[in-house]
Design a protein around this ligand. Structure first.
Ligand code: HSE
Length: 298
């Protein structure tokens, strides 16, 4: 039996579209067992999520891909998924499935692939690397394309910073959220994002909370996605008026990720809860932590 525990992730962080991501301390668990024949997929908690319970299951497809790749054959498989990461909310639940399936299958097959090889496969399956990167390596991950596939480096974020997630009571398909993006952008917007994402990397590593607001502003994807998420710009505007806080769409949305000073996390969460209640917005405020380890499998 093989078990993989995979953290949720928040990708983009504003300007780092398809490049930057952070791992969060919410986890999905994937257990893979060999059986005599066929495929059995179980999802827990039962009845709460609707995932395919057959060969179309994403974690199974990832597991099968790795087993085929290393030439490992099994008579049958039982896959159990324990879900704690909200689905369809921009918190990397699909990435947990890809990484969990790959990492559990790797253990079953005798740990033949390294983390870097699992990352290369996971990015290829996902199509972009900024969710699978932090899910695999933990911490703050910078992903970049090379001629031989995506590569990633991971760093420990500053101890003085911590995340607060704003999770709406609605979902958004990543495919739809990518479908509204332009195929070309202006040089001005590209330069704006290069400057802001470079700033963001230094802010996250050094803990410069005073620069978080500027560092998490984006021009390459959020403006195009905003019409898909009613009220998004209002929530961002309200939170941006709080000092020493950065806010951005988490991944393709619709959740929002706020990065705040650790010493200010409770006060900020209460403040935002108050604003949300007053404005009657349908968001849950979730104070969280960064995961520093990434996937663990045994
Ligand atoms: N970078 C991706 C996007 C993350 O924004 O579409 C979502 O998977």
């Amino acid at each position: 039996m093989a078990k993989a525990i995979v953290p949720a992730t928040t990708a983009n962080l504003g300007p780092g579209f398809d490049a930057l991501g952070l791992a969060l301390n919410l986890y999905n668990i994937f257990t893979l067992e060999e059986t005599g024949s066929g495929l059995e997929v179980n999802v827990l908690p039962e009845g709460e999520v609707r995932l395919p319970l057959n060969e179309r299951n994403l974690a199974y497809r990832a597991a099968k891909r790795l087993l085929d790749e290393v030439g490992y054959t099994s008579l049958g498989l039982k896959l159990t998924i324990e879900n704690d990461v909200p689905m369809g909310r921009g918190l990397g639940s699909s990435s947990t499935a890809i990484v969990g399936g790959l990492a559990a299958a790797n253990v079953l097959a005798g740990a033949r692939l390294t983390k870097d090889e699992i990352f290369a496969l996971a990015s290829e399956i996902e199509g972009h690397p900024d969710n699978v990167g932090p899910a695999i390596y933990g911490g703050f991950t910078i992903c970049y394309p090379t001629q031989s596939g995506f590569k990633a480096v991971s760093y420990k974020p500053s101890d003085s910073l911590t995340p607060v997630i704003l999770i709406p009571n609605s979902t958004l398909e990543t495919k739809k959220a990518r479908g509204v993006l332009p195929t070309e952008v202006s040089m001005t917007d590209a330069v704006f994002n290069i400057a802001r994402s470079s700033l963001l990397a230094s802010v996250i590593l050094e803990g410069r909370a005073d620069l978080l607001h500027d560092a998490m502003v984006d021009r390459l994807h959020q403006p195009y996605r905003a019409p898909l998420i009613p009220g998004l710009l209002d929530v961002i505007r309200e939170v941006q008026s709080v000092p020493n806080v950065g806010i951005a769409l988490s991944g393709a949305g619709p959740s929002l990720i706020c990065i705040v000073e650790k010493t200010n996390q409770s006060r900020f969460s209460e403040l935002v809860e108050g604003i949300i209640k007053e404005k009657q917005w349908d968001y849950t405020v979730k104070p969280a932590e960064f995961d520093l380890v990434g996937v663990t499998a045994s």
